[in-house]
Design a protein around this ligand. Structure first.
Ligand SMILES: [Zn+2]
Length: 214
């Protein structure tokens, strides 16, 4: 989808877009003769079509109400706020598996498409023993899910990667709770119950036992 082309079609003007890191002023524009210069916060680069359409309507009529833009901004604000803290490369595309695609599918199936998180393969490191807890991780501060790149292999079935991913998505979904002594508890009974809802749960648990051999 080309945002510029869509906006040009809606407004009938020539559009130039400047993407900004501005945290407060997320959309602003100046109009010249048949020409509009639009300054857009980066989060709109992957905004859905209906939001882009509303931006087009706004360019035509600056007084127009913008419920879709407001809602989109509300849901994506964390990406602006946390941007500075995101460190390391974000690379969801592996050699065999595209984590973003798997994430989106799981998100639709189990979280009504509402879960926001960054997802990436972790860095490849010299071969180490694979332990369960290192297969995936979730960083609540940056809302980043990392999956161990050792799993990016044709020998690993998709349902197993999805299981690891789903586990970390549950952490993002439930957050980290503290018990009455203030200790962190991530794998609560509720967590375990939701985890068992994963469609291929038993198969994944079974397959995990063979992990030492990959
Ligand atoms: Zn966990």
């Amino acid at each position: 989808m080309n945002i510029k082309r869509i906006l040009q079609r809606i407004t009938g003007s020539d559009i130039s877009i400047i993407y900004t890191d501005n945290r407060v002023n997320i959309i602003s524009f100046t109009k010249g003769k048949g020409q509009i210069t639009l300054r857009l916060q980066r989060i709109f680069m992957d905004a859905p079509l209906d939001v882009i359409h509303e931006i087009g309507q706004l360019l035509k009529n600056p007084r127009k109400k913008t419920p879709l833009i407001n809602e989109y901004f509300k849901r994506n604000r964390w990406r602006i706020r946390k941007k500075a803290r995101l460190t390391g490369r974000i690379e969801p595309m592996g050699r065999f598996y595209n984590l973003r695609k798997l994430f989106d599918r799981l998100n639709r199936e189990y979280f009504a498409g509402e879960l926001d998180a960054v997802v990436t393969w972790g860095r490849r490191s010299p071969k180490k023993a694979v332990r369960k807890r290192t297969l995936g991780s979730y960083n609540a501060e940056t809302r980043t899910i990392r999956v161990n790149p050792i799993l990016d292999s044709p020998r690993v079935p998709r349902y197993f990667i999805e299981y690891v991913l789903y586990h970390e998505m549950l952490h993002a979904y439930l957050g980290i709770k503290r018990d009455h002594r203030g200790r962190m508890r991530s794998h609560t009974p509720q967590f375990r119950e939701l985890e068992r809802r994963y469609r291929h749960y038993s198969k994944a648990i079974e397959w995990e036992k063979r992990l030492q051999r990959i």
